[in-house]
Design a protein around this ligand. Structure first.
Ligand SMILES: [Zn+2]
Length: 177
């Protein structure tokens, strides 16, 4: 089982790093989530930390980059259509419904679009060595949002797309349910 799992994680991260120039993950509060007994087993099973570790060096091999969204960035609670942020969103709500603009969308797809937009904002913030240095620090985008480049990844300025869905630990978790 351990070998199958290891093989599966490697295949996933190899494919993501080969297909996309930019991969975005969320810096999850794993310790806090492990305190929730219902979530704990799924999180341990999903191997979030290992996925992130592999993506960091594999995106580097492919000349891409791994971006890490701050753990406080409300990727699930934000409307990808109008930017409104919901104050509450239960884990059981699999469909995002925006009270401001009426958008209804799969929860994971909505969160993925928000993370993709976050990466795009970082790309348009500048290019070249100056932007690359700036991106190594925590870069504030959209209020409290912070996005940083994972140390050890390749040069910035590469453009690419984010997987339309299933690309973040949040979504791996969602699919485990
Ligand atoms: Zn909206």
């Amino acid at each position: 089982m351990a070998n199958l799992r290891r093989d599966g994680l490697h295949k996933l991260t190899t494919r993501l790093a080969a297909m996309y120039g930019t991969v975005v993950v969320e810096d999850l509060n794993v310790t806090g989530m492990l305190a929730n007994r219902k979530l704990a087993r799924h999180i341990a099973d999903a191997g979030f930390a290992e996925i992130r570790r592999q993506l960091a060096y594999k995106t580097g091999w492919n000349g891409g980059r791994l971006l890490v969204a701050d753990r406080w960035y409300p990727s699930s609670k934000t409307c990808s259509g109008c930017g409104a942020v919901r104050t509450k969103l239960a884990l059981s709500e699999r469909e995002y419904q925006c009270e401001a603009c009426g958008l209804i969308m799969d929860r994971d797809r909505n969160a993925s679009l928000n993370l993709a937009a976050l990466a795009a904002e970082l790309n348009t913030a500048g290019s070249g060595p100056v932007a690359a240095r700036g991106a190594d620090r925590k870069t504030r985008v959209r209020g409290r949002v912070a996005l940083k480049r994972e140390p050890g990844t390749a040069s910035a300025g590469q453009t690419g797309t984010v997987p339309p869905q299933g690309g973040t630990a949040d979504h791996v978790l969602a699919k485990a349910h």
